[in-house]
Write a protein that binds this ligand. Sequence first.
Ligand SMILES: Nc1ncnc2c1ncn2[C@@H]1O[C@H](COP(=O)(O)OP(=O)(O)OP(=O)(O)O)[C@@H](O)[C@H]1O
Ligand SMILES: [Mg+2]
Length: 244
Amino acid sequence: MIEVQGLEKTYSTGSVTTPVLKDINFRINDGEYVAIMGTSGTGKSTLMNILGCLDKPTGGSYRLDDTDVGSLDDDTLSHLRNRKVGFVFQQFHLLERATATRNVMLPLIYVEDYPEDAKKMAEKSLSSVGLADRMEYKPNELSGGQQQRVAIARALITEPEIILADEPTGNLDHKSGLEVMAIFKRLHQKGRTIILVTHEQAVADHAQRIIVLKDGKIAEDRRVEKQRDPDVELSTLAGGEDEQ
Ligand SMILES: Nc1ncnc2c1ncn2[C@@H]1O[C@H](COP(=O)(O)OP(=O)(O)OP(=O)(O)O)[C@@H](O)[C@H]1O
Ligand SMILES: [Mg+2]
């Protein structure tokens, strides 16, 4: 479970201080599917970095399960991150010279005991996102949607309980975006906690709950009444193609 109380983040560069997150309060239960929205510069990525243990708050508290994240030293923080969290970014952040399989194996370097069957694990993870036939391709030999799926496979290889995705469909066409949302839907059904940042209402409506940030605070926190179903929309698209 994720719980933030009075969370603050102020960046300081030289004499300039920028308060970004001012008083953020929410609780996200295990297995929830949440979208975070808000205009550019409101602190969505800043919040994601904190939730993902990449960065620490400058005020308030963040509890992840029974741990007060703010009190951890950097080593313990990165340990917690590697164990619990998988990240997916808008820019896929893949190594250009490595194959899909190699890219997906990367996070395993940071786990305590490098698994003997790392390659098999990567192949399994790639298969789970529909890329069984692209394992030896390099990023520049893959489409944008396929690259994002490699990035998702990479996030999944450590079997994290929490998936954090920052604009995962921002660089994708409509259909590839829906395919990514279909993967998130399956992960949610398997009980993973999913937190997704997006500018687009249509993307946010795939989640169960939407939190809107404004001026460093929460402006809205509501349930989605009618969750969109990516599988239905994909089959509608496929139907449309058949008719042509
Ligand atoms: N390392 C940093 N040092 C100083 N200021 C920063 C730093 N990182 C982010 N900021 C500032 O914090 C604010 C929020 O940035 P953030 O990246 O969290 O916004 P965002 O909501 O993700 O925006 P976008 O939708 O454009 O991605 C911005 O005004 C930005 O300039
Ligand atoms: Mg951002």
